[in-house]
Design a protein around this ligand. Sequence first.
Ligand SMILES: [Zn+2]
Length: 354
Amino acid sequence: MEMNNTREAKEQAGSRSMRAADRLGNAFHLEYIQCPICQQDQAKELGLRGGKYQRLKLGIETTVVRCCGCGLLYPNPFPFPEDPQHLYSKPEKYFEHHSISEKITSGKELLEQIRIKTGRNCPNVLDVGSGRGELLKAAKDSGLARAVGLEFSPAMIEYAGGTWGIDVRLQSIEEHADGNAGAYDAVVLNAVLEHVYRPDLMIGAAARLLRRDGLLYIDCPNEPNLLTMAYALLARVRRSHAVLNLAPTFPPFHVFGFNPRSLTVLLAKNGLNVERISLRGGPLSFRPVGFVDTVKASVANRINAIANITGTAHNMTVWARLVRDPQADNRHLVGTQTTTTDEGWNLQSLDDNG
Ligand SMILES: [Zn+2]
């Protein structure tokens, strides 16, 4: 596989601006980026995704790479949508495979765990990217937590406010952190970290929002996993460069692919100590189109069952606790891209686990 060097690619591209649109008219501008976690220039090319390399020909063609430093997956050049709001404009459409009542039930279970782990009777919880607001609804009904939601899609906020009368704010986590440092016992990033364009800034803001010993809960895909590895192997046999990693320019718009190693490095940089990582994959939620797709879905779910036994599943949940005060000694790291001193960080122990 080819290496992808951001500096060299940038030099070759020069000042030429790169732009592409998918067949639905969604436009993206493409830009070479460094790994946002470790600022590495070197990455390994895994393959192609989107456009003719997507089963329904959705999105635009992108090259998926894996950072040689921390193992993070991302497209490079990186496709930034010209109208991000448009991509998430229909809540019902975006979440059509997710049942509301199931999400409220699992929200209550999560709040119960947060109560136990924080040792607070009614913890202050921030739900970032609250979507239709099921976790906030669960908090309101059960009285298990005082919860605030942040959401960037006006359509989602309208849905949550109109349906349940809950408080969701049109604010980024970075904006919210400015006036609310140390205000929360727990921050929840449920299916959000893989969607954002600056996950480093998001984790920095989450650390600032937490009180000392506060908890961060993350639920995101684990990439690569057994399913994406099996797919890549099969593609190579068929002399195709297609990969199944990420979905940078089509639903569900996963732009970064984390794994236990890359996520642990990012959390440690922000004073967050990982207490537990669980790898687990439920049945796949994509809707098969035709017989071949149905067979593929069935095979995929069998691979999933093996992945759950072998620790290579496609989903990851992480509990991390704030052990350092991000206001004090991490200021030079939080929210900046340039300083990456390992001084004082216990990265050795991460290497043993990764
Ligand atoms: Zn990296």
